[in-house]
Design a protein around this ligand. Structure first.
Ligand code: 5RP
Length: 222
């Protein structure tokens, strides 16, 4: 079993009967989805809201019943991965391009659990390129404004063309080498016209499921 599987499966233990569950995106939360599928098969009654089309497909394959925000008003628990987790459980997310729906769902959740193998743990955010989702209209102007905040944005490509998010937008991956004040940067980025959302999740995570140095599961709470 690899680290992603350990933490992914562990997080599924926090899901209880009757819950509406936000279903994250990525290779770590994949194991949470797989485990939830098994539990549903054994009789667990939940409804999931996926953070991406990719997760929607996987959840359906695993037999997890799905719902949406027109049918439910709140989410009891959201579980999602991260690209970086700092000491205060602030996150960088969006490596898989699902940051916008991930943030909407994390914000709507009463409890937000992050699952991350030990390679994701950092003292300060900034090693991973920060994803910023922008609307295609005027994206070169938007890029200039992002650059003015101190990075060199690179448009994310897929097969030589701009990667398109589930929301029809582009992503700039931005090399902010060191992010001393994530909350300030999060706000400044989102004030730029054309920016839809960025991958900084500040003060949102309630719990982190990871592995300690001794390779035992650690559950940290904020
Ligand atoms: C997708 C994300 C993922 O949660 C993040 O990239 C972590 O992915 P993985 O578990 O595959 O390392 O933010 O947009």
């Amino acid at each position: 079993m690899n680290e992603k599987q350990w933490v992914g499966e562990k997080a599924a233990e926090f899901v209880k009967d009757g819950m509406v569950v936000g279903l994250g995106t990525g290779s770590t939360v994949y194991y949470t989805l797989k485990r939830l599928g098994e539990l549903v098969n054994e009789g667990l009654s939940i409804q999931g809201i996926p953070t991406s089309v990719q997760t929607e497909i996987i959840a359906k394959e695993f037999g997890i019943p799905l719902t949406n925000f027109l049918e439910v008003e709140h989410i009891d628990l959201a579980i999602d991965g991260a690209d970086e987790v700092d000491l205060h459980l602030n996150l960088t997310k969006g490596g898989g391009g699902a940051l916008l729906r991930e943030k909407i769902i994390a914000k709507a959740a009463k409890t937000f659990i992050v699952v991350a193998d030990s390679s994701k743990l950092v003292e300060k955010l900034g090693t991973f390129l920060l994803p910023v989702e922008v609307v295609p209209f005027g994206f070169s102007v938007t890029e200039r404004h992002i650059r003015e905040l101190g990075c060199s944005p690179e448009i994310r490509l897929k097969e030589g063309k701009p990667f398109i998010t589930d929301n029809g937008n582009y992503i700039f991956d931005c090399n902010f080498p060191d992010i001393p004040y994530p909350e300030t940067l999060e706000r400044k980025l989102n004030m730029i016209p054309g920016v839809v959302e960025n991958g900084l999740f500040v003060g949102m995570a309630d719990m982190l499921v990871t592995l300690g140095e001794d390779k035992n599961i650690v559950v940290k709470r904020t």
